[in-house]
Design a protein around this ligand. Structure first.
Ligand SMILES: Nc1ncnc2c1ncn2[C@@H]1O[C@H](COP(=O)(O)OP(=O)(O)OP(=O)(O)O)[C@@H](O)[C@H]1O
Ligand SMILES: [Mg+2]
Length: 200
């Protein structure tokens, strides 16, 4: 179980973005999250994935606080893959850092073997995003936070990525938080959908 308990966050010298926010995701559960632009969804995603420290509250996976060292069981995929990948590393090195990603995931996501020896700048945004998804699906991953993950992709690539994730979520009981403005997408793939404003 992923449990977010009473977390509060504000950026330096800014008002609270959210206070006493709680939410939980069960293994294998697909939860949708929508809300106004600028309301704090990406910030919450960063708190859940341990990129930002909440001022109050705690994030737990299987009853334990997530450690800052070692592989993170909570993986975040961002809207802009170019911001998430070291531009000086070839793709095979980007992936090696994540541990042994099952090669079948590369096939399912349509990652061509020849892309492995390229640098991030030599791939399209959609191609690069598939690597971010593959990297996030490393063997230790228990929860995936998808923050506008497929917003910039065409419909076919979107469908391919979501199909792969949903299959794997079922097989490995990975819980997924889908943050999106695309209500149709949320209705289609999620077990339940929540309004960010009703969480805090
Ligand atoms: N480092 C920062 N310092 C100060 N304010 C910030 C910082 N990062 C984000 N913000 C502000 O925090 C608020 C919440 O941003 P956030 O990105 O979490 O919103 P969001 O709900 O994801 O929006 P969107 O739907 O447009 O993606 C925004 O007003 C944003 O300008
Ligand atoms: Mg956002």
């Amino acid at each position: 179980m992923l449990e977010v308990e009473g977390v509060s966050y504000r950026h330096t010298r800014q008002p609270w973005l959210f206070r006493n926010l709680s939410l939980s995701i069960a293994p294998g559960e697909i939860v949708g999250l929508y809300g106004k632009s600028g309301s704090g969804k990406t910030t919450l995603a960063q708190v859940i994935a341990n990129y930002l420290k909440p001022e109050e509250g705690i994030v737990k996976v299987n009853e334990k606080k997530v450690k800052s060292t070692g592989p993170n069981p909570v993986q975040l995929v961002w809207q802009h893959p170019e911001k998430a990948i070291n531009p000086r590393w070839k793709m095979k090195n980007v992936l090696a850092e994540a541990g042994n990603v099952d090669p079948r995931i590369f096939d399912a996501l349509g990652i061509a073997p020849s892309w492995m020896t390229r640098y991030p700048s030599e791939l399209s945004g959609g191609e690069l995003q598939r690597f971010c998804v593959a990297r996030a699906l490393a063997p230790n991953t228990e929860y995936l936070i998808a923050d506008e993950m497929t917003t910039m992709l065409d419909a076919i690539t979107q469908a391919q990525i979501w199909y792969t994730i949903l299959q794997l979520a079922k097989k490995r009981a990975i819980g997924v938080l889908v943050i999106s403005h695309d209500e149709q997408l949320l209705e289609r793939i999620c077990d339940r959908v929540i309004d960010f404003n009703q969480l805090h």
